[in-house]
Design a protein around this ligand. Structure first.
Ligand SMILES: Cc1cc2nc3c(=O)[nH]c(=O)nc-3n(C[C@H](O)[C@H](O)[C@H](O)COP(=O)(O)O)c2cc1C
Length: 215
């Protein structure tokens, strides 16, 4: 089945959103924790976290334009910091519910029953139930001309991860952390590791480091 540009444009908006939201492949599911100047906490699920570079350690988010003010964006721009908390399988229902448009005075922590966790040296709330919690400071914000979305670039200044998840080479074992993957805006998937590959070099054939079928 092939879809041309004209087919995509002709889809009704919900169908097109579901289609285009899943074409990029599996995505991460993170809860973005922020606080406003009045001290009200906010939590919102986002699937757009992307790695920009490791030195400095940068992650980007795409925050959509909205007719009403996006509390997450306003809080990040105001406070200069935010947390990213991996959604694990046991938190999917509460995490998904943070997408609901609650009024500013209602914290998604209270509405969903997820618990705020504060680190003494970091200014935004993390999610106590999340096994992987990151603290970021805002480095750049750009409103993109093409569609009015906001590119928010943050530097990772704090990473709170279970010690058992950190591999010998430093990579996190997200499967053992029970971190889920997302397709589209509503489908949560469990990951299963089946292969690890060596660093690719032009003069070497692909080298399998580990294969679950060989265990
Ligand atoms: C699975 C999922 C992923 C989402 N990813 C994003 C995202 O990457 N960027 C975004 O702006 N909104 C995203 N949303 C929508 C926000 O969660 C939603 O607009 C939320 O109400 C924003 O909260 P706020 O108004 O408190 O900032 C996503 C929603 C769902 C259900």
């Amino acid at each position: 089945m092939q879809f041309q540009s004209s087919d995509i444009k002709a889809m009704d908006s919900r169908r097109r959103a579901a289609f285009i939201n899943s074409v990029s492949g599996f995505k991460s599911a993170n809860l973005v924790g922020t606080v406003n100047a009045k001290g009200q906490s906010n939590l919102a699920i986002m699937s757009s976290a992307v790695h920009l570079g490791s030195n400095p350690p940068l992650l980007a988010l795409i925050i959509r334009p909205s007719s009403e003010e996006h509390q997450t964006l306003a809080n990040i721009l105001d406070s200069g910091c935010y947390s990213l908390n991996h959604v694990s399988a046991s938190m999917v229902e509460q995490g998904h519910q943070t997408a609901a448009k609650y009024p500013e005075a209602i914290s998604e922590f209270d509405a969903t029953g997820l618990s705020p966790a504060w680190h003494s040296d970091f200014g935004a709330p993390m999610v106590a139930e999340a096994s992987i919690k990151l603290g970021l400071t805002l480095r750049e914000h750009h409103e993109l001309e093409i569609n009015g979305t906001n590119l928010v670039i943050g530097e990772v200044v704090l990473a709170d991860v279970p010690s058992g998840c950190v591999g010998e080479d430093g990579a996190l074992d997200l499967v053992s952390a029970d971190t889920v993957a997302l397709t589209g805006l509503d489908t949560y998937c469990r990951a299963a590791t089946f292969k690890r590959m060596a660093y690719a070099k032009p003069h070497l054939a692909p080298q399998v480091l580990w294969d679950s079928s060989a265990q």
